[in-house]
Write a protein that binds this ligand. Structure first.
Ligand code: NAD
Length: 463
């Protein structure tokens, strides 16, 4: 179970049976590794029958174990892949604008590094906790393997509400978090990126904070501003990938994006670019939402005006040229394509029977619970799973990392062309596997990804 990436860590590992405790002597006292989890680090009890009460991590584990059964994974390999490789919990202390010091919980979790350096975003959101980050780290392992970029999977997060923080406070949190996790990240070890509540500006602060300790290191994060070594096309990449998947899935059902009605939950990076790029393909975006609620116009929204309004007021709900809908209502609107592009577990057993879309393309991570997934499959609604549909972001993050290592910038056209190639290849592979094995797209995607990661673990001699 030895991992070469750990050998580069300025610390050492102690193994207690199946428990691993990572000790980093250079760490401050207030940084603790998570060693209290019984059994394998970060692994969930296996759940045989899914329920809506499952946590995001239990749901992610449930999909993994089903894939492990289907591909006949050896027990030792299953045990390794069921849990995290390394989990780091940190205190992120920040002095607020009112001079008070607030402590935010922060996490960086590395799930599996067999296929390459750990890679995954950093989320700033009130819901962030160990379990959520664990689930998202595991999903990154499967996503990176499925899209076939040479990375393992990781995720990070700080439990905070970015909407209530000033730019100065956010900068303090980003810098502090970076220095607290700096012992386990590195250009060839673990490369963070933006996720919910973080953006190119956050990555610029993180790069600078890391550079202060280690010298200028643009490849330490991806999703940076283009002016600081970011890749052209990275900001749109996740939305572009969602639209490519939606187009491929529609084509297989004898349809196209042209004229298709689209509903999108979440109007941040993924939601906004999905809307804009789908509209470029001729789709009619009829509803969008943010955390406060949504807007709906059956004839199609004027996206230029919606985006202008959203930029000015930081909200959609005061927009007057459309009807107001709640986030729950929005998910049940009649449409051709539904794109959840906000948070996890929004489609569950309460609303799965009322979904009125023909196709669901998961821009968000883990938006569909396992119970809902079964209902949707039984109802014949095609679901393009998160680990495929939102893989465009990490794909262009990979291109950014390559450009940083080469110290050479690609043209945007080249980035988009390479992205399209990667997304189309992975989509074709998933559709073919689902057809051959008579499974859902999610099952096919997990089967491919789990087999690739297991093979890398075995080839390295970990198991
Ligand atoms: P973002 O912070 O830019 O936008 C999030 C949007 O979701 C905002 O409009 C916010 O108001 C809305 N939102 C937050 N809480 C909500 C709630 N409870 N109900 C409804 N809407 C809510 O985040 P993002 O980067 O667009 O990420 C969105 C999703 O896509 C997340 O699940 C993230 O993990 C996933 N994702 C993002 C990327 C990326 O490159 N940014 C890549 C892959 C996956």
């Amino acid at each position: 179970m030895e991992n070469p990436f750990l050998r580069q860590t300025p610390g050492y590992v102690e193994s207690f049976g199946s428990r691993i405790l990572v000790r980093l002597p250079a760490m401050a006292d207030n940084q603790r590794t998570t060693d209290e989890t019984p059994g394998i680090l970060g692994s969930a009890e296996r759940v045989e029958k899914p329920t809506d009460e499952m946590s995001t991590f239990e749901a992610t584990s449930y999909f993994f174990h089903r894939a492990a059964d289907r591909v006949n994974l050896r027990d030792e390999v299953r045990e390794v892949l069921a849990g995290s490789y390394r989990e780091l919990s940190v205190q992120v202390k920040a002095r607020m604008d009112d001079s008070k010091v607030v402590v935010f919980p922060g996490y960086r979790i590395q799930h599996n590094g067999a296929r390459g350096p750990y890679k995954g975003g950093v989320r700033f959101h009130p819901s962030v906790d160990l379990g959520e980050v664990r689930a998202l780290a595991a999903l990154m392992t499967w996503k990176n393997a499925l899209i076939d970029v040479p990375f393992g999977g990781a995720k990070g997060g700080v439990q905070c509400d970015p909407a209530s923080l000033s730019q100065g406070e956010l900068q303090t949190i980003a810098r502090r978090f970076t220095s607290m996790i700096s012992y386990i990240i590195g250009v060839n070890r673990d490369i963070p990126a933006p996720d919910m509540g973080t953006n190119a500006q956050t990555m610029a602060w993180m790069m600078d904070a890391y550079g202060q300790q280690h010298g200028h290191t643009p490849g330490i994060v991806t999703g940076k501003p283009v002016e600081l070594g970011g890749s052209p096309g990275r900001d749109q990449a996740t939305g572009r990938g969602v639209v490519i998947c939606a187009g491929e899935a529609a084509k297989r059902n004898g349809k196209s994006l042209d004229g298709a009605s689209v509903v999108i939950q979440g109007y941040g990076n993924v939601g906004q670019w999905t809307a804009a790029l789908a509209a470029e393909e001729g789709a009619k975006v009829v509803a969008v939402s943010d955390a406060a609620g949504g807007i709906y116009n059956r004839q199609g929204l004027d996206l230029v005006r919606v985006t202008e309004h959203h930029k000015e007021s930081k909200s959609l709900t005061e927009y007057t040229e459309a009807d107001k809908v709640s986030n729950d209502e929005l998910l049940e609107l009649e449409c051709d394509i539904l794109v959840p592009a906000a948070i996890q577990r929004v489609i569950d057993s309460r609303n799965a029977s009322n979904i009125n879309a023909k196709l669901i393309v998961e821009g968000a991570n883990a938006p569909t619970t396992p119970v809902a997934d079964d209902v949707l499959r039984d109802r014949g609604i095609t679901v393009v799973p998160d680990i495929l549909a939102n893989a465009g972001g990490v794909t262009v993050s990979y291109f950014e990392w390559v450009q940083n290592i080469q110290q050479f910038q690609w043209e945007k056209g080249q980035v988009n062309e390479e992205l399209e190639k990667k997304m189309s290849e992975a989509t074709a592979h998933v559709f073919a596997r689902a057809e051959d094995d008579k499974t859902s797209l999610r099952d096919a995607a997990f089967d491919i990804a789990v087999q690739r990661v297991a093979q890398a673990d075995e080839l390295r001699g970990y198991v």
